[in-house]
Design a protein around this ligand. Sequence first.
Ligand code: ADP
Length: 944
Amino acid sequence: MMSDNSLHVYSALDYAHTGMCVVDNEYNVIFWNKRLVEWTLITKEKIACKNITLFCPALKEKRNTIRLNEIFKGGPPVIFSSQIHKHLFPAPLANGEFRIQHVTVSAIPSQDGTHHHALFAVEDVTELTLRMSELDKARHEAEAANRSKSDFLANMSHEIRTPMNGILGMCHILMTSGLTEDQINYACMIDRSAKTLLNIINDILDFSKIEAGKMNLIPIPFDLRRIVEDVVQMLSFASEKKGLRLFFEYPEAIERFFIADDGRVRQILINIVNNAVKFTEKGSVSIHVSSTPSDNGTELINLIVKDTGIGIAEEIQPILFKKFNQVDSSSTRKFQGTGLGLAISRQFTRLMGGEITLKSQLGCGSEFTIQLQLPKANPDQIKQLIDVENNPIPFEGKTESFDVRVLLAEDNQINQAVASHILEQLHCQVEVVENGQEAVDILQLKHFDIVFMDCQMPVLDGYSATRTIRDFEQSINQHIPIIAMTAHAIEGDREKCIDSGMDDYISKPIDIHKLLLIMKKYCSHRKKHYSVMVQPSVLIADDDMVTLTELEQTITNLFPNSTIKKASDGVEACMLLGNIRPDIFICDILIPNMDGEAVISYMRRNIQFEKTKIIVITALPGTDPTVNRVQRMGVTEVVFKPIENVKFNEILLNAVKSKNSEPHIDLNDPILPSELSIDYRGLVESSLHGIGIFQNNKFTFSNASLSKIFNKTVDSILNVNISDLYANVVETDITKLEKLLKTKSTKQSTTERDIIQFKSTHHDSVFIDMYSCIIQHKNNIARLVLTTDVSDWMNNKNHNFSNKIVSNDKQLVPKIINQRTEQPKITLHDIPDSIVAVDDLIERLGADEQFATELLIKFSETLPNELNTLQTALDKHECSKIEITAHRIKGAARNLSICGLMETMDVIEHAGRALNITTISEVFSEAKSQADAFISIIKKLPSP
Ligand code: ADP
């Protein structure tokens, strides 16, 4: 019950705008003011002397009783904040919700002074809370908008910096391209404007990054004195121009080596000193360094920048560090700037736990103090820094020379041109790749001293490429300097680059001085033998000397230690293939004597060249059936002329590491004579060996020698059916022939070989060594038939013939069985040089005398037929046939070093082209005697 006395004491509380009540230590209500009556609708009478927890159950909660008990003991006031205890008192609003209450409880002494009561002061903060939450929401929205603005700016700056690189770089190239004086002035103006624009962009970028919370610092050991010196050196030109004295004091006793983000320290100092120079017309600008050591291995560094310039009015000083603030912001300002420099400098200093302060008076100069608490570098770090410093290289960029191999990974062509140009000015050997993957690939193959890596590239970006490179370096215990070279400025560019394993960072637009510093830092000690070198052996076959030389050059550039062999026609290529197993075979399709298709076909059927990568180059259109056929033979790549260098490099690199594609034809198949180019078909047609294709129970191709065996003309053999063919074979051998011509065959027995006896009216019998194999011809299964007349050998010598398939090691057709008559034997070296330049030939064949003998014999056997063809053509005055035949003989003679014959055939070929029959007739007799001399001497060679 509320006593009168109490009423008297507490009645004043009825006038309070705040809800108030007094509760004794047993939670009984002693007083309940009017405000609470209004709010809770609980009358004084109803609640008097009642336990308050009946009406305010939350006060029964333990966490609350603990606090209230302290009050009853006379403890300090407690607050039941509106955020946690929103509705402590049952105070409904008109809308049915409860008032949000802020409750303060204080201890007041009881009237007898023996104990304490609790005085509750209840404030209605409903309105206030709602207002605050609205404000909070608005603040969040504003912050989000600001962040997205900063994000936008950061992104935009990146977009702007990329083309700026192009502008500045191209301008630089332009300036060194022999311009007139006027033009140089214009170019300088572009350069100056572009640089100013770039500074603005950089400032905006830095600021927006700080605001977007994306600016992380990368602390590394650095030389503070060096930074001070550099800044003075950088600004000395500007200060000298104004007649200012610019100097610094860095007392010997002060530590030089600290750990911090050196780039940012440099940037802060440049901003402040640059301003000092800018706003000082006469007198001096000085930097004074002082320090106070602390116990924890750090030092408090003061960099005091003092000028005798225009000074800054006191009232303006506090706002100067806010962004976009300048003392004179009228549009006709005398001094350029964005008003961001000081703001950025302060932000950076604060990010490093420091501060920038200013002392200035209008008209009396300014003194900016940059205060930084920096950890000291340890002795190892100091030693490393001193080592770098001890290798000074003079600063003048143009006279610098770095004999280093630089890999530049950059996808933008303009940027490629700019960076290459600058690097080439420093006498570096620059190689450009277009994406990270190419960089990774080439580094595994070639030695480079340094890599400049763009970050944003197609296929594989610079970060991932660097990670891959660092991974493979671990296994070979190497480390190539990789320098990020990027306009990428969004998510903490520098830190991201370093995180991915890059050593340093150079931002675009690239400037020769920045690049020079990097080169000095990383290339003063050249690391040799960096990469695992690949030394591929390469065979190039092309009759065009220019292409041949170009290809050779390209390969040497890419693989300096490669072995390159060159062939000017297919036969020469095949000869070389007798001795080398190239890693890469580069071949033109249309080459003389034996075309590229035939050579490839041969290689693809020969297990020894299984691993050889074949790159076909051709001027034929992609739609040409030959190209299609070659592609199906499992070549690595078909390159169309004109050859594009960058692309070709890529193909070569791929060829070194890739696997061969699977050929779409059976590799046991032989060449397809009817589909070969004219040169090769000529050889087939004039061959002493029978060559034919048997398909659908008929020959669909036959040369003259084959048709002769069956006693038919070429035309008729193509139309007769199989029974007519058997008619000429001795009966016992018909089954052998059937087997040889059977097109249904399992893969294991695609090749057949046997000696078949033919009936003949002229001789007792004709023995034919017949070889056949399954081929795919015009999309159908067929058999290629190759024959050699071995009658002499069978009749005279009666050798045992082993029915064994001869390996195709050094020949395109089955080995020819010696059919020559007994002759006194000579050696290769007995052949006069006037007939065959034997030494030359042997050298070219890699000292394989046996192979040389085989080839000479083979040619001596085909030569009479060739001469017959020539004679017939001459008789008929068929000049084009004369030209082709002479060209063919010439090619073979050249390959075999049969020099005299080669020269005469050359004359005949040219005379054929000039339709000059008289010359042909004159020279032909000489050719015949040369051929006779050749054939007769070759006959004396022992069969190999
Ligand atoms: P700005 O890019 O305009 O130089 P800053 O943030 O670096 O931007 O400087 C803001 C302004 O502070 C300047 O425009 C100039 O008015 C004033 N200020 C800065 N340094 C000095 C100085 N050493 N002497 C006089 N005024 C200065």
